[in-house]
Write a protein that binds this ligand. Structure first.
Ligand SMILES: Cc1cc2nc3c(=O)[nH]c(=O)nc-3n(C[C@H](O)[C@H](O)[C@H](O)COP(=O)(O)OP(=O)(O)OC[C@H]3O[C@@H](n4cnc5c(N)ncnc54)[C@H](O)[C@@H]3O)c2cc1C
Length: 240
């Protein structure tokens, strides 16, 4: 395992624009040739700033911990954001600098009977990483995911999640749209409105929350303060 201070350079191998404001970078390791991390961790992107030190921004790794020669990162565009402007200026082939891996929000093992991922927007990164890293090791665990976005045009990763859902019988996921069109027949509202569906007071369950801080605060309040769930059953990563 690399130390937190390690500096990595990685080449932009592929850019995928999923939506108007979600972009994935697939980065190939250059120096050193291997990057090892534990599922749930993040890297610090060093954003070049002219005449000044680089600006550092955290990004959760979306790919499997088993892959050592590349990583996937998923970015949400923030208006006038330093890193966002930089990432959206990339064309492919550039070499980016990172430090890491950082973070201690690990997948808890052995897992409980049910594992619930609640995320918003690019917060899906951390949960995709857990899923890709751990699903084959724990085929009997019920993996569940609610993925919150605003509208139909904000939906991304559907194709990949559908493939995982079809191939792996114990993974089920749904999008939750906060501002859907009238024709949307799926879940409407915020991911936190649907947690009771998981019957977590009867089924041993671990929750992982990632993304919007408001969502995390609300779910924490419900699970820990109102329902009295043990805090070892709740793992969170806030992006704001
Ligand atoms: C542990 C960790 C992991 C993270 N992983 C990811 C990830 O995988 N993908 C990802 O997209 N982001 C992730 N983030 C957020 C990321 O680090 C940056 O904060 C984000 O990309 C904005 O950076 P920026 O330089 O573009 O904007 P900045 O220049 O930092 O901010 C510009 C302006 O936008 C506001 N702002 C900052 N962030 C947001 C936001 N998320 N929504 C709305 N307004 C905002 C700021 O208050 C500021 O006014 C993570 C954060 C943490 C702490």
């Amino acid at each position: 395992m690399s130390t937190a201070r390690s500096l990595y350079s990685m080449k932009v191998e592929k850019i995928i624009d999923y939506t108007h404001n979600i972009r994935e970078l697939i980065l190939r390791t250059e120096m050193p040739a291997e990057f090892s991390f534990k599922a749930g961790q993040f890297v610090m992107l060093h954003v070049p700033v002219s005449g000044s030190k680089p600006a550092l921004r955290a990004y959760s790794i979306a790919s499997s911990e088993k892959i050592k020669d590349s990583i996937r990162l998923i970015f949400k565009f923030v208006e006038s954001g330093v890193a966002s402007t930089y990432v959206w200026s990339l064309k492919g082939g550039e070499v980016l600098n990172f430090t890491g891996p950082f973070g201690k929000v690990f997948f808890q093992e052995p897992p409980t009977e049910q594992v619930v991922f609640l995320n918003t927007g690019s917060g899906v990164s951390q949960h995709l990483c857990y899923l890709l890293s751990k699903k084959d090791q724990y085929p009997n665990v019920m993996f569940r995911m609610l993925f919150g976005v605003r509208t139909e045009r904000d939906i991304f990763l559907k194709e990949e999640l559908d493939i995982i859902q079809n191939e792996f019988k114990n993974f089920k996921y749904e999008f939750v749209l906060s501002l859907p069109s009238e024709s949307w027949s799926g879940k409407k509202g915020y991911v936190q409105h649907f947690i009771k569906d998981f019957d977590y007071l009867k089924i041993p369950t671990t929750f992982y929350l990632c993304g919007n801080g408001g969502m995390i605060k609300e779910v924490k309040h419900q699970l820990l303060e109102l329902d009295g769930l043990d805090k070892s059953r709740l793992w969170t990563e806030s992006f704001d």
